[in-house]
Write a protein that binds this ligand. Structure first.
Ligand SMILES: NC(=O)C1=CN([C@@H]2O[C@H](COP(=O)(O)OP(=O)(O)OC[C@H]3O[C@@H](n4cnc5c(N)ncnc54)[C@H](OP(=O)(O)O)[C@@H]3O)[C@@H](O)[C@H]2O)C=CC1
Ligand SMILES: O=C(CO)COP(=O)(O)O
Length: 352
């Protein structure tokens, strides 16, 4: 098939290799002349994927119209804050070309202000005339490892449940396994909110906290992700899967993770803008912490780790204050706030 990837960052580039390996004709859209020239000439993308040779048949261009015209399937691989503008432009071009494509996005986060999930943003900007379905592809999948063909498993879900089979077929190979999931909300919420927990654990790591604290933050982090997700309509079981537990583990324990590394830099004393600047790549957990904090208020869901991280990032409370706030909360049962939600929601998802 003809597939175009919007974004020449780390993940878009690694996915271009998966798709090219699978025999598809792949074009990438990038806004930087330098990166596009490097991909076409040297078959590398040194800013985003060091020491990786990209398949020579992958082509890149700064001409958005040309890249869109190439495709039956479009992969949106830009940070969440760019998804609305890119989708709006895509809608405009596809209307001019009088064409309809299948959309799949890989962005993990929530939009600031609207709190929308990424498929909702795209759906607001695109019409039935241009998009046959809007899918997400998400799961534990660091770009650096995908590019090395290290075995990776992800899930796909979509608005109409129509395009997922095609997405599974075009991406899947012996090193890249794709599952279908019917729970779009859960898949997107798991992928977005794990970044908050990874940022928090990076900070803990940077401050020299031990493995006990990290395990506690992963476990309690998953609880609060599930609590919010379930209130938003997700299947509780999704949070035990690749896009919940799976992505949380990989992001919260890996030096590849930009969220984890950003947390370390904060613990070392860099300000948030300094840490983001030094990273030079997107740290989705920052905006998502703010959006999730506001959502937790809107849905009346307790999210103590998100709340404390929000205060630490945006209201300058010290690390010490942050962690004593978490540890000294009132006494609770471990399943408080989860049991009823899970039981009721699970019934809905298992009813035929
Ligand atoms: N990296 C990973 O391992 C994974 C990332 N993801 C998710 O994928 C999304 C993209 O991440 P990733 O590739 O890592 O990000 P990077 O920071 O590596 O790259 C972002 C890319 O998006 C481009 N971009 C930004 N704004 C625009 C815009 N307005 N129009 C066109 N292009 C734009 C950048 O272009 P420029 O270079 O010109 O700035 C760059 O090519 C994120 O939501 C991330 O959470 C998901 C799974 C794994
Ligand atoms: O989502 C990812 C791996 O699944 C990448 O995480 P980071 O954005 O923290 O690098």
């Amino acid at each position: 098939m003809n597939i175009s990837i919007l974004g020449t960052g780390s993940f878009g580039t690694s996915l271009s290799m998966v798709l090219d390996d699978n025999g598809h004709s792949v074009m990438m859209y990038g806004r930087s002349n330098e990166t596009v020239d490097e991909i076409n000439t040297n078959h590398t993308n040194s800013r985003y994927l060091e020491n990786i040779k990209i398949n020579p048949s992958v082509k890149a261009s700064t001409d958005f119209e040309e890249v869109v015209r190439h495709a039956d399937i479009i992969v949106i691989a830009v940070p969440v804050k760019a998804v609305r503008a890119v989708s709006r432009e895509l809608e405009k071009i596809l209307l001019l070309q009088n064409r309809k494509v299948l959309i799949v996005h890989v962005a993990k986060g929530l939009e600031l202000g609207t709190h929308l999930r990424v498929s909702e943003i795209i759906n607001e900007e695109m019409s039935d005339q241009t998009a046959s379905d809007i899918c997400v592809l998400s799961g534990p999948s660091h770009a650096e490892e995908v590019a090395l063909k290290s075995p990776t498993t992800v899930s796909t879900a979509s608005i109409k449940n129509e395009g997922v089979k095609t997405i599974q077929d075009v991406f899947m190979n012996e090193n890249f396994r794709v599952y279908v999931n019917e729970d779009l909300v859960g898949v997107e919420i798991g992928g977005a909110l794990k970044n908050i927990i990874a940022l928090a654990i990076g900070t803990l790591h940077g401050l020299g906290f031990g493995d006990n604290a990290k395990a506690a933050t992963i476990t309690r982090g998953l609880h609060e992700i599930a609590r919010l997700g379930v209130k938003m309509g997700a299947n509780p079981l999704t949070f035990l899967g690749l896009t919940g537990m799976g992505d949380l583990i990989v992001t919260a324990t890996s030096e590849h993770s930009r969220n984890f590394r950003c947390g370390i830099m904060l613990a070392e004393g860099l300000t948030l803008p300094e840490a983001e600047e030094k990273m030079g790549m997107v740290v989705e957990g920052v905006n998502t912490t703010k959006a999730a904090y506001e959502l937790s208020d809107q849905y009346g869901v307790e999210m103590p780790i998100t709340k404390v991280l929000y205060q630490y990032l945006f209201h300058d409370i010290s690390e010490q204050e942050a962690f004593s706030k978490l540890m000294q909360r009132e006494k609770k049962s471990e399943t408080d706030g989860l049991k009823d939600l899970l039981e009721n929601q699970l019934k809905d998802w298992t009813r035929e």
